[in-house]
Design a protein around this ligand. Structure first.
Ligand code: NAD
Length: 426
């Protein structure tokens, strides 16, 4: 198989997300014109760093964790992308997530390349002190490749503003001066930005609203089903609800719940903050996990992990559109099934780009030490993202392709044009 021949450092099997990315790139090949000459650039990450992260546990024993930082492409600017702490993190997954960041940043015209990091660990099993030691040691290990003008991490699954604060502090202490711009998604008190916490969820709302407008779907009274009630899902749910859209089914790692009359996203958020999951929430009934995919809704919003919508689930879905808050939730085969069934997919590289947009605003504010109001941030996010979404729709219509391919046409052309202009060294 080509993958094994080209990237022999990847273990065979279990490379699903990366293979999905390669297939998504193949689908854009016919639309690249002369830039096709450079397509191989997208199929190989620029740099993969694998690190050992040893820490002392609270009981005095030593544990080792495997960590990664992948810079997929830096043709258009420094690497940018989150850090994931999860028990299933692998090099292939981080490569795919880094690659999707390259496409996302180019699709919404952020002046960044694509990067991602992660540690294979279940953070729920660590004490707060152990989590801090893990974060600091991981940051030290990857500090040879990150920096405010090299590669700027941010939160992802299993990490949050506190983890970013520890990363910023560790990098700064090693550097000998405070470097706020080395990570984004920091607490406001450390140079974080207003609006960053909810930014990805706000972007999900903005793109869902624009897509609904195009399809003649009224938001007020529309329904949505949501997988994942973490940073992204929680914010998306609250903001959609505040615009009259009703949450009727929700699933996370602890339970699957439904209520046709509507689930109060604000009350659920309070429950999740207390209980670390949706299980036990009184305002809805438990349903079978697979039945989640069959809910009749206007919007189905995956906001958890990759490869959740495969061909089988794609056949069962009864939604008008899938809005991809998560990265890589739909396989290419499932994309085809949804397309045949007339179900629109608003792709991840645009639907969840609100996070990296406000990360960009944070980075700019840190450099200039001049901070904007939440109102300004939200208004700029809405304008930039709406414009980017409109451009994706136009590209898709012009070439008669799905929105994902439309987004990839815009993004891959931008990345490969930069690649071609810079040329090869030596
Ligand atoms: P998070 O850790 O805050 O939340 C993850 C959620 O997914 C939790 O509710 C968890 O219970 C749920 N989940 C985990 N495994 C599951 C399973 N097997 N079935 C159902 N639910 C499951 O993570 P997050 O930051 O909200 O990220 C969610 C997705 O959004 C990821 O794909 C991430 O890459 C993407 N994303 C995040 C950001 C960001 O700013 N945090 C930005 C862009 C994209």
């Amino acid at each position: 198989m080509q993958l094994e021949r080209d990237l022999s450092f990847l273990p065979p099997g279990k490379n699903g997300p990366w293979e999905n990315f390669l297939e998504q790139v193949e689908r854009v090949r016919p639309y690249l014109g002369k830039l096709e000459r450079w397509i191989e650039t997208l199929k190989r990450p620029k740099r993969c760093l694998v690190v050992d992260v040893p820490i002392e546990l609270d009981d005095g024993s030593v544990a080792h964790f495997e960590g990664y930082r992948v810079q997929h492409n830096t043709s258009r600017g420094p690497g940018k992308g989150g850090v994931r702490f999860h028990q299933n993190v692998s090099l292939a997954e981080v490569m795919a997530l880094a690659a999707w960041m390259t496409v996302k940043n180019a699709a919404v015209n952020m002046p960044y390349g694509g990067a991602k990091g992660g540690v294979r660990v279940d953070p729920a099993k660590l004490s707060n002190k152990e989590l801090e030691r893990l974060t600091r040691r991981y940051t030290s290990e990857i500090s040879v490749v990150i920096g405010p003008d090299r590669d700027i991490p941010a939160p992802d699954v299993g990490t949050d503003a506190q983890v970013m604060a520890w990363m910023m502090d560790t990098f700064s202490v090693n550097q000998g001066s405070t470097v706020t711009g080395v990570v984004t998604g920091k607490p406001i008190a450390l140079g974080g930005s207003h609006g960053r916490r909810d930014a990805t969820g706000r972007g999900v709302y903005v793109t869902a609203a624009r897509a609904a407008q195009r399809e003649g779907i009224a938001l007020d009274g529309a329904r949505f089903a949501l997988q994942g009630f973490g940073n992204v899902g929680n914010a998306a749910a609250r903001i959609l609800q505040s615009h009259g859209v009703k949450l009727v089914a929700v699933q996370d790692a602890t339970a699957t719940l439904a209520n046709a009359k509507g689930i109060d996203a604000y009350a659920l958020a309070e429950h999740v903050a207390r209980e670390r999951g949706i299980r036990g929430f009184k305002g809805a009934d438990a349903i079978d996990a697979e039945d989640f995919w069959e809910q009749e809704v206007e919007f189905l919003i995956p906001a958890a992990l990759e490869q959740q919508i495969d061909e089988t689930r794609a056949r069962r879905i009864r939604a008008r559109m899938v809005v991809e808050a998560a990265n890589g939730p739909t396989t290419p085969a499932a994309d085809d099934v949804l397309g045949e069934r007339g179900i629109i997919v608003v792709p991840d590289v645009i639907a969840n780009a609100g996070g990296v947009m406000v990360s960009y605003f944070e980075w700019v504010q840190d450099f200039s030490s001049f901070f904007w109001s939440e109102q300004e941030i939200n208004a700029r996010l809405e304008t930039l993202l709406s414009d980017a979404f409109r451009a994706v729709c136009q590209a898709a219509e012009a070439h008669k392709v799905p929105l994902r391919t439309g987004a990839y046409i815009i993004a891959c052309r931008r990345v490969l044009e930069a690649r071609a202009l810079r040329g090869l060294y030596p």
